[in-house]
Design a binder for this molecule. Structure first.
Ligand code: NAP
Length: 246
């Protein structure tokens, strides 16, 4: 296989594992790091990927910034010659109850989690249109499906990602491009490590399987949606939540 996958926010957590998994599947991988400071982490992920005998390179871009996404997509296409899979994984939280949330916390989360998906789907989608095919997988969240107290900004951004996934699937389907979302529940990563023990215990009470998900379990679903076998699946949201009951 000589196909390239670009994963945003791939220096840590779910994104890093998706990069490793897609490398294992045989994709060359473009690892997005937010800034120069994250480059060492990105390079460590690239080294893991190279063990699968694929090419792996880090590209710096803050995906909330339109021009940086345009530049990065151009760089990835220029380096690898094609861009076949885009995984919009970069995301942040700035939690707080709505009554006390600062405007900046709302706007920042929307910019990083939502606007980035527009930026990246637009520029990568244009490359895929010219290639007559591609796969886009957006990382949403159960918070976007069901809401979550303390996450008005995050749940808004992740619900928007689902609407954007469905719209993009309709716009790009005739060009052979599939666009799907996965909605993870509570996955063990630096993002969920920030929760208090009490919050963690309360969350687990709602999970049918009674445990956190692993990054490998999200990466496996992304791997399938990126594969040729998933060619007739588009505009869908796959929940990976251990049967979270809301
Ligand atoms: P994480 O470990 O904090 O990873 C997030 C990644 O996004 C980091 O590499 C981070 O880089 C990067 N990032 C943040 N802002 C960025 C920007 N402006 N430009 C480029 N990269 C940026 O979190 P995670 O748990 O793996 O989350 C990955 C995705 O899964 C997110 O979209 C998250 O919302 C979603 N998700 C996670 C869970 C969960 O339980 N963990 C559940 C549902 C959905 P820095 O380290 O440099 O900031």
């Amino acid at each position: 296989m000589n196909k390239t996958a670009l994963i945003t926010g791939a220096t840590s957590g779910i994104g890093a594992q998706i990069a490793r998994r897609l490398a294992h599947d045989g994709f060359n991988v473009a690892i997005n790091a937010r800034s120069q400071a994250e480059l060492p982490d990105g390079k460590a992920v690239a080294e893991d990927c190279k063990k699968e005998n694929v090419s792996a390179v880090c590209f710096i871009a803050d995906v909330s910034v339109y021009d940086e996404c345009q530049r990065m997509v151009k760089e990835v296409k220029g380096h690898f010659g094609s861009l076949d899979v885009l995984v919009n994984n970069a995301g942040i939280t700035r939690d707080g109850l709505m009554a006390r949330m600062k405007e900046e916390a709302y706007d920042t989360v929307i910019a990083v989690n939502q606007k980035s998906v527009f930026n990246m789907m637009k520029f990568a989608g244009n490359v895929m249109i010219k290639q007559h095919g591609g796969r886009i997988i957006n990382i949403s969240s159960v918070a976007g499906l069901y809401g979550n107290a303390g996450q008005i900004n995050y749940s808004a951004s992740k619900a928007a990602v689902i609407g954007m996934t469905k719209t993009a699937s309709k716009e790009l389907g005739s060009r052979g491009i599939t666009v799907n979302a996965v909605a993870p529940g509570f996955i063990q990563t630096p993002m969920t490590d920030m929760l208090t023990d009490e919050q963690k215990a309360n969350i687990l009470k709602q999970v049918s399987l009674g445990r956190y998900g692993q990054v490998s379990e999200v990466a496996a679903a992304v791997s399938f949606l990126a594969s040729d076998e998933a060619g007739y699946i588009t505009g869908q949201v796959l929940e990976i939540s251990g049967g979270l009951a809301m």
